[in-house]
Design a protein around this ligand. Structure first.
Ligand code: NAD
Ligand code: ZN
Ligand code: ZN
Length: 360
């Protein structure tokens, strides 16, 4: 099958023919229909985050089940599915506590003594985050996907696989935004736009979108933002304080920078909470004003929107089909797999909300 392979950090992906195995126990072979290009892929492509190479990137996908292995209970061939990198074991402390997205158990991967799911005629091929979506097929554990309604368009379903689950979950699960509360979202890429949409669904009183690109702020208004701040021209902390008479109840960072994570905490009102979604580079430390803790300000991380994706994703599909979740405007361009390097170039410039790779 055809796949986009990363051989060395910082080099273009190469379209190559690679091998994919047959589904073993609890495994599912999926024909990939569409895969979104997320900034997290770019962090690994750039080498900011290390990963074993060669590797097939991609982790935001939807497709159709082709074949299932022994003991698979939740899907059948022909089912439409969305994948999730939060493969959960189902029996560890985190899974049993309802925090599936924190599961680190290795049960959902193949063991060292088993044939790997992917291989190259030239040797090894690593699977990325249990998925490797920039390929015509994916071989994944049953706990890394969920079936969805067949009337859901698969290119838009793919977005739910990461950006939407992450942005929505950060608002609904991690931050727990309540009706009437004020929300600021720093960074209006796929993840930030999904957070803005979720804040609107949660009934937030004021939703302030912050970005450095006018085109992104314009887009944010269509996702439910009530106010916008151009961070290239204004200090966003001062601007948020002024707009909200003292700061927001919730600030969400959806970029992955030291400065913007610090800004998220600094723009809170008394008792507010900052939620950092962006992947800060390893080793980076952030600085907070210590006395702010006396105002009960909090800061927390959010992994894949603290999801319970088998429950969340079908509900997000219902939201879209019910006209309450904006996904159409999140797709800036659709490209074939051969356009993957163009998609990364556009993401680097910040000019797209999401590029989606579509397979024939
Ligand atoms: N925690 C998780 O589980 C999780 C899941 C998915 C993505 N992420 C991370 O979330 C982040 C966002 O992902 P994305 O795909 O939406 O990225 P993106 O590149 O599409 O969007 C980032 C946005 O931030 C804006 N921006 C950049 N610097 C800025 C600044 N200094 N001030 C204001 N705006 C600025 C850009 O113009 C762009 O619109 C990335 O770090 C990604 O790795 C984390
Ligand atoms: Zn992602
Ligand atoms: Zn677990």
């Amino acid at each position: 099958m055809k796949a986009a392979v990363l051989h060395q950090p910082g080099t273009p992906l190469a379209i190559e023919d690679i091998e994919i195995g047959e589904p073993g126990p609890r495994e599912v072979l999926v024909r990939t229909a569409a895969a979104g290009v997320c900034h997290s892929d770019l962090h690994f492509l750039d080498g900011t985050y290390p990963f074993a190479m060669p590797v097939v990137l991609g982790h935001e996908a939807a497709g159709v089940v082709e074949k299932v292995g022994a003991g698979v209970r939740t899907v059948r061939p022909g089912d439409h599915v969305v994948t999730c990198l939060s493969a959960y074991c189902g029996h560890c402390e985190f899974c049993l506590g309802g925090r599936l997205s924190l599961c680190l158990a290795t049960d959902t991967r193949r063991g060292e003594d088993e044939a790997p799911r992917l291989a190259s005629p030239k040797g090894q091929m690593h699977q990325f985050l249990n998925l490797s979506a920039f390929a015509e097929k994916m071989l994944v554990h049953e706990h890394a996907l969920v079936a969805i309604r067949p009337d859901m368009p698969l290119d838009r379903a793919a977005l739910i696989g990461c950006a939407v689950m992450t942005g929505f979950g950060a608002v609904a699960h991690t931050a727990g935004v309540r009706p009437g509360e004020t929300v600021a979202v720093i960074g209006c890429g796929g993840v930030g736009l999904a957070a803005i949409n979720a804040a609107a669904l949660a009934g937030a009183g004021r939703i302030i979108a912050i970005d450095r690109l006018a085109s992104k702020l314009e887009l944010a208004l269509g996702f439910g933002a009530t106010d916008t701040i151009d961070a290239s021209a204004t200090d966003p902390v001062e601007a948020v304080r002024t707009l909200t008479h003292g700061g927001v109840h919730h600030a969400l960072e959806a970029i992955g920078l030291k400065t913007t994570a610090e800004q998220a905490f600094a723009m809170l009102r008394r008792g507010g909470a900052a939620t950092v979604i962006g992947m800060l580079p390893p080793g980076v430390k952030i600085e907070l004003k210590g006395t702010d803790f006396l105002a009960e300000k909090r800061i927390q991380g959010s992994m894949m929107g603290s999801n319970r994706f088998p429950i969340d994703m079908p509900r997000l599909v219902d939201f879209y089909l019910g006209g309450r979740l904006e996904l159409d405007a999140m797709i800036s361009q659709r490209l074939p797999l051969e356009g993957i390097n163009d998609a990364f170039a556009a993401l680097r410039k910040g000019e797209v909300a999401r590029s989606v790779i579509v397979f024939q």
